[in-house]
Design a protein around this ligand. Sequence first.
Ligand code: MSP
Length: 478
Amino acid sequence: MPKKFYITTPVYYVNDAPHIGHTYTTVAADVLARWHRSIGEETFFLTGTDEHGAKIEEKARGLKLEPKKYADEIAEKFKEAWRQLNISNDNFLRTTDPAHIKAVEKALQSMYDKGDVYLGKYQGLYCRGCEQYKNERDLADGLCPDHKVAPEKMSEECYNFKLSKYQDELLKLIKKDKLKILPLNRKNEIVSFFETEGLEDVSFSRKNVGWGIPIPWDKSHTVYVWADAFLNYLTGLGWDGTTPLTRGAGGLDFWPPTVQLMSKDILRVHATIWPAMLLSLDLPLPQAIFVHGYFQINGQKMSKSLGNVIAPGDLIKKYGVDASRYLIMSAAVFGHDGDIGWGKFDEKYNADLANGLGNLVARASSLIGKNRLELRLKIDSDKKLIKKYKELMEDYKFNEALKLLWRKLKESDETLSETKPWKLEDKREIKNIIEPVAQNILNVVNLLKPFMPSVSEKIIQQFTAKKIVKGEALFPRI
Ligand code: MSP
């Protein structure tokens, strides 16, 4: 039986079009999905949109649109962005899909029947940007640190979820890496949160938010948007809301997720409410959560609410699809924040792609073409390189994996600059220099496929053709 690999991104809010922060998570998930497919694992890659709740309702009403109509428009923008970026997701789940809604109703009902959801009251603060209940200690100068607005005071009847009941069990599972939180500093953060603050019950319904899934046993409430959204990870595989999960049915074979990607803004809810819901539903927990850092511009998190975003479409227009994917994945250490900006992208594009990969491929192929050299090249011949690359990929060290490949390209560049084969006459001599260079290019681009699928394929075709010739410039200089 081939190994199974199930990877998810968060379902993104449709309060605005996608920016390259969302793109970062989605491209990283795509790189992993493509890589796991390439090593023969049965892979399922899920992404989608989170469409209910007060934030979306407010945004839609402000535009004088019905929330669903508004959500349709933005969901389409997400789909289109991922299509453009060549994202290989197996499903795109919208939380307004009727099948998802039905499953959420069933899941909530079974948690209620079990006694894990009970009628109570919430009195406190709420940040609509986060769609989260807040404590004073979560705020900085009275403001939500992520959204820079004062949370609203709320007091309403609601159905609470017994999160506190699962505190001890969850902490044990996290400590023992049964639910692995990566990188390690994030795990430590969560463990310390459990130990110092602990889990309080959380409101799972809203009385004054109409744009949501009605609570099945009390239609005067709607389901809290996070409770609704988390279940996407199950419904995206075709789960119908009945527990225990029936194995063997379609995508459900993939449960539980091998890894769930996100950035730190939503780690805490993913390490508390989400796994507690699964325990309540008697379902296996995800194996791992990987938390990457923020893309920042001038030290500020890039976000829709702060209005400092770069759209994926703008990146693609300037650099092309594969180059955009490369620039995004090499912009930061995966797991750390990274400062980005047009200047940095231009520089990296010119250095690594125009003058780097592009120039090397052009020099090598033109020498081969001009001299009509017949080469014997093999894909996959550098086992040492493959081993190192694999180790880095398994550790989610994407930008280091790219650096490793670029060091190999540089070796070939140096060989050409030192030996200057374009000045030589003897074909045999030229071939002796060029053959290993071409072989190296082929080895590198074969490993580059998850990051730059089209360009890699193009170069592989070029260098495995009967007659190798110089093609069009891959990355015109900016
Ligand atoms: N709808 C919730 C998630 C529900 S999942 C059950 C949500 N949506 S969101 O649109 O705000 O997306 C947040 C996620 O987008 C982050 O966790 C991260 O994956 C990605 N990013 C958004 N801005 C980002 C940066 N500036 N930098 C890096 N990633 C960013 O939260």
